[in-house]
Design a protein around this ligand. Structure first.
Ligand SMILES: Cc1ncc(COP(=O)(O)O)c(C=O)c1O
Length: 418
């Protein structure tokens, strides 16, 4: 097996950060979400489909900043447009700049439900705005939601079981329902009849640490129908699927148009932007009744980046390229899993590759998972044990060939522990 990586600088910075930041690092980037002691903790530089850590180790980046990097790191066309805005126009003004309208028109062309839209910065901004709009429109308060991450705000953020600081009265208004289980949704809607403002669902289910699940045929259509039957609106959380699965989001891919949808991550190739889009009749509550504002929402840099990102993606057929290369990778990984005999599972299709391990009573899967990801990081492939990965446009066929070979080797090494 390859030697343990030199991570001296990462650990030094981590020790320093412990004195500065509670827990050194926020959220999912903490070391316990990887294989502790084996993964780098700080990155230094990124370019295309690769990242370099603070000790000079270079990795194939298959986490892509948890989703925003759809084309590649430091993509010149996009960065140049942003720099032009900085140098020749400016981006933080007391009034809105026209790029808002340009981007709005592009989204209206691409996203089926996008009759109107508002621009924000974080995915959590968009999901929380969606909930407020739904509550205002329906004059109801409860939300039905699948158990996946939808942001850090109070209404949604006890997914990981870390929930101090969230008032019970707010938590109690968000009720979980099971993905791909229509009877469960219907029973839950019945239980809370006349109280549900929205059925909120990420169209591709990505429960942390578990396999990525695609919607069964007809499922999303039935979710929308049921929501409407019970007087609720249907919201798609497309923060991960938007501009990743299809330029029009999962709603375009699966042919089901929700009432509202949230986009973020990939729409800006790394620049912070999100949007809530939806039917005009519902979105219009934002005209008078619902308050939404931030000093930085109209800041135009990310809007410029998004416009350029979308333009680049259209010109270069980015999504199909990723899907074609991704499906070759998927096939190779599946073959490696089958021939290794390791109880691993591939999920996530061609766009969100994820390798998990079949749960067993003896909890061997935990050992296998740790060993597999240890082997993989030592071979310089950056994937996350508890989160699916991504492929970006700048990952070449050769890059993915490398990834496939390293996964194959890592699975074979992991087999020794069985
Ligand atoms: C499906 C989904 N919704 C919402 C969010 C929240 O987005 P952000 O982290 O940009 O606030 C995320 C973030 O991972 C997400 O994956």
């Amino acid at each position: 097996m390859p030697d343990k990586l030199n991570l001296k600088n990462s650990f030094k910075l981590y020790e320093e950060a412990l004195e500065l930041i509670p827990g050194a690092i926020l959220g999912i980037r903490r070391p316990y979400n990887f294989v502790e002691g084996e993964y780098p903790i700080f990155f230094h530089t990124a370019k295309g489909g690769k990242v370099i850590d603070v000790d000079g180790n270079e990795y194939m980046d298959h986490l892509c900043a948890y989703g925003p990097i759809i084309i590649g790191h430091r993509e010149e066309e996009i960065d140049n447009a942003v720099m032009d805005q900085i140098q020749n126009h400016g981006f933080c003004m007391s009034l809105t700049q026209p790029v808002q309208n340009e981007l709005g028109k592009v989204l209206r062309e691409l996203i089926p439900c996008a009759e109107k839209m508002v621009f924000m910065k974080m995915g959590s901004d968009a999901t929380t705005a969606a909930i407020r709009v739904a509550r205002a429109y329906t004059r109801r308060e409860k939300i039905l939601k699948t158990l996946t991450y939808a942001g850090w705000h109070d209404w949604s953020s006890d997914v990981y079981g870390i929930d101090a600081g969230i008032p019970d009265k707010i938590r109690n208004d968000t009720i979980e329902f099971e993905f791909n289980n229509l009877p469960h949704l219907e029973t839950t809607l019945k239980q809370h009849k006349d109280q549900i403002a929205a059925v909120f669902i990420a169209p591709i289910h990505t429960p942390g640490g578990n396999e990525v699940e695609l919607p069964e045929p007809g499922y999303l259509r039935s979710v929308k129908q049921l929501a409407h039957e019970y007087g609720a609106i249907c919201i798609f959380d497309e923060i991960r699927t938007g501009f990743r699965i299809n330029m029009g989001g999962a709603q375009k891919e699966f042919g089901v148009i929700p009432d509202l949808a949230c986009f973020g991550k990939a729409m800006g190739n790394g620049y912070p932007i999100s949007t809530l889009v939806g039917k005009a009749e519902i979105m219009d509550v934002l005209e008078h009744n619902v308050f939404l504002s931030s000093t930085f929402f109209p800041n135009s840099l990310s809007q410029i980046a998004s416009l350029k990102t979308i333009n680049f993606m259209q010109k270069n057929d980015v999504i199909n390229t990723i899907k074609n290369r991704g499906s070759v990778l998927e096939k190779k990984i599946q073959e490696s899993i089958d021939s290794s005999g390791v109880p691993a599972v591939y999920s996530g299709g061609a766009s969100m590759p994820y390798i998990t391990f079949r749960r067993d009573e003896q909890k061997l899967y935990k050992t296998l998972r740790e060993e597999f990801y240890r082997q993989l990081i030592r071979r310089k492939v950056f994937l996350q044990p508890y989160h699916h990965g991504y492929i970006c446009y700048r990952h070449t066929k050769e890059d993915l060939e490398y990834t496939a070979t390293m996964i194959d080797e890592s699975l074979n090494e992991t087999k020794r522990l069985m």
